[in-house]
Design a protein around this ligand. Structure first.
Ligand code: HEC
Ligand code: HEC
Length: 502
């Protein structure tokens, strides 16, 4: 019976643990690949029950649009990744949905790759290709192809320099069942080969992924890729968990000795309720932030970078540069109210008297989704402003409008005068900031396809529908609906139809 009275110690311990938890898992929490330490042998069997106890992280992939031959139709947009090590060997399990097993026959084969930088120089996640901001250090690539029984251990120092190593050290295999691939890559932590990545326990490493879907026509540079993520390697079973738990229990003991013992029965009851409430609150995951994280990775990292530093792969093509959401050089985000950030995302740069290169997302995302993005951005910098509140989040979801568009006939509908074409050009460049993502000639970004030859390739009716509502044609596209009124869209179509290459 005496033990039951101690029930109030449970919430106290939970609160302390939830406060200490961020220290236990280390800075970035769920946004990195954590290689869990396990005892015993590690095999390359994708069906091994070991994997079931290991938490997975979801990694977003996008079409490889940076280098020729670019690719816009990537099929696999997300993979789940797990990793384990036993102090000697390290294994990765990659899992993704794929309705077809492209392993045999004449068509393109499914495949997957993991990439790590070797040495100190920073590298681009696509084969370490040299870019304006990156010198292009060496990378180590592990490549699995569905029709092959081994994993290729390779190096690259820029596109077109991919070379298979003399000494092959990686093993692994893939298994397809229930419309899903499970592929394991396995190697020793250390390696004597200077061309190989070396894994140090407790160290952070950059890691990136690529997937090919053969039946979707993917091969070579035509694939989906991730940006760099962090990999952290646990050294032993995380002892800090025990240390922090011990601290929590000790503090709870002192609390009982000095505070609870001096209280009356009814006071203890009230305290218990307060503590339970606080514990529930402290342990609840911040759903808004998680949702914001995944939206940010889908829509924003091409320009703002996957850590929000304003250094996405499209940043080099923009002036002004995308805002650094981490405030690493100057304090900016911290000086803005939540509502101001909401407006920036919803109305776009032009809507807040800033550059039109920041697109507007108010026609693509619901208010709730935009608040989640604000909540997530608040985790990227030192935040002096109030947390995004429930009141803000609870605003009604905006209904997404489905448009009914009449067919158009460019030549009879609007007279194709050069005046109309240049009006379309101004709308494209200055008003809606289409330039931020599309290249025409020497200018413009590279998030979407270049549009120099749009006049040959694309049909006017399709263009109009696409500009008015890209999501109605391709729901997962990262091109936002920019809220272009039909009249403006028709001028833009005229301009695009006039582009027939050099
Ligand atoms: C095509 C590139 C591009 C994409 C995609 C993009 N941004 Fe931006 N963003 C910019 C540029 C450029 C600026 C700087 C505008 C300026 O300072 O005039 C900016 C500025 C901002 C700002 C600062 C606004 C201010 O008050 O100065 C916020 C907040 C922001 N972006 C959020 C987002 C979010 C959230 C997403 C994804 C939903 C996103 N951006 C997607 C290019 C982009
Ligand atoms: C935030 C980046 C972004 C902005 C801003 C943007 N687009 Fe796009 N656009 C894309 C992406 C990405 C695609 C590729 C579609 C896909 O596969 O998801 C695309 C595709 C297209 C296509 C089809 C091209 C093809 O070859 O199939 C056209 C046309 C187009 N956009 C026109 C526009 C116009 C006009 C604007 C301005 C009103 C605009 N885009 C603004 C990202 C953007």
């Amino acid at each position: 019976m005496r033990d039951i009275k101690r029930i109030y110690l449970i919430p106290v311990i939970l609160i302390l643990l939830s406060l200490l938890y961020p220290q236990m898992v280390g800075g970035d929490g769920g946004f990195m690949v954590n290689s869990k330490y396990i005892k015993g042998d590690i095999s390359d069997d994708p069906a091994s029950p070991v994997w079931e106890q290991i938490p997975a992280i979801q990694i977003s992939l996008f079409s490889q649009v940076r280098f020729e031959p670019r690719w816009f139709d990537g099929k696999v947009r997300s993979i789940s990744v797990r990793s384990i090590n036993n102090g000697e060997r390290i294994a990765f399990l990659l899992e993704w949905e794929d309705k077809t097993e492209d392993r045999k026959g004449d068509g393109f084969k499914d495949g997957a790759a993991i990439e790590f930088p070797v040495g100190k120089e920073k590298a681009h996640f696509s084969h370490a290709s040299r870019m304006e901001q990156l010198p292009g250090g060496k990378v180590n690539i592990w490549y699995w192809k569905a029709d092959s029984t081994d994993i290729k251990d390779m190096n690259a120092e820029g596109l077109g320099t991919l070379a298979v190593q003399q000494k092959q050290d990686v093993i692994g295999r893939g298994m397809w069942s229930n419309n899903k691939w499970r592929v394991v890559f396995l190697r020793t932590l250390k390696s004597a080969d200077g061309n190989d990545v070396v894994f140090q326990p407790l160290e952070y490493k950059d890691i990136a992924f690529a997937v090919w879907d053969g039946s979707n026509g993917e091969q070579g540079a035509q694939k989906t890729v991730s940006v760099w993520y962090y990999l952290q390697i646990d050294a032993t079973v995380n002892r800090m968990v025990y240390i922090y738990s011990a601290i929590a229990i000790a503090v709870a003991g002192l609390f009982e000795l000095f505070i609870i013992r001096r209280m009356k029965g009814s006071e203890k009851g009230i305290l218990l309720l307060i503590l339970l409430f606080a514990a529930l609150n402290g342990c609840a995951k911040d759903e808004a932030v998680e949702r914001g994280w995944s939206l940010y990775h889908h829509y924003c990292i091409s320009c703002h970078g996957n850590k929000g530093r304003g250094d996405g792969f499209n940043a080099a093509y923009l002036d002004p540069k995308p805002r650094d959401h981490s405030d690493s050089k100057e304090e900016y985000m911290a000086t803005k109210e939540n509502k101001q950030l909401f407006d920036a995302v919803s109305k776009g740069g032009r809507g807040i008297a800033k550059s039109q290169l920041m697109p507007s997302y108010g026609h693509t995302l619901s208010e709730n989704e935009i608040w989640s993005l604000v909540a997530y951005m608040r985790t990227l910098h030192k935040n002096k402003v109030e947390k995004v509140s429930l009141k803000e989040m609870e605003k009604i979801e905006k209904k997404k409008t489905r448009l009914k568009i009449e067919k158009i006939n460019i030549s009879s509908d609007v007279e194709s005068l050069s005046e109309d074409i240049s009006r379309g050009e101004r709308l494209f460049k200055e008003k809606y900031g289409c330039y931020a993502c599309h290249r025409i000639g020497e200018k413009g970004g590279i998030v979407g396809p270049p549009l120099d030859k749009a006049g040959f390739r694309l049909n006017a009716d399709w263009l109009l529908r696409w500009i008015l509502n890209p999501q109605s044609i391709k729901s997962e596209t990262t091109m936002p609906n920019l809220g272009v009124p039909e009249r403006d869209a028709r001028f833009i179509v005229l301009y695009l139809k006039s582009l027939k290459g050099a």
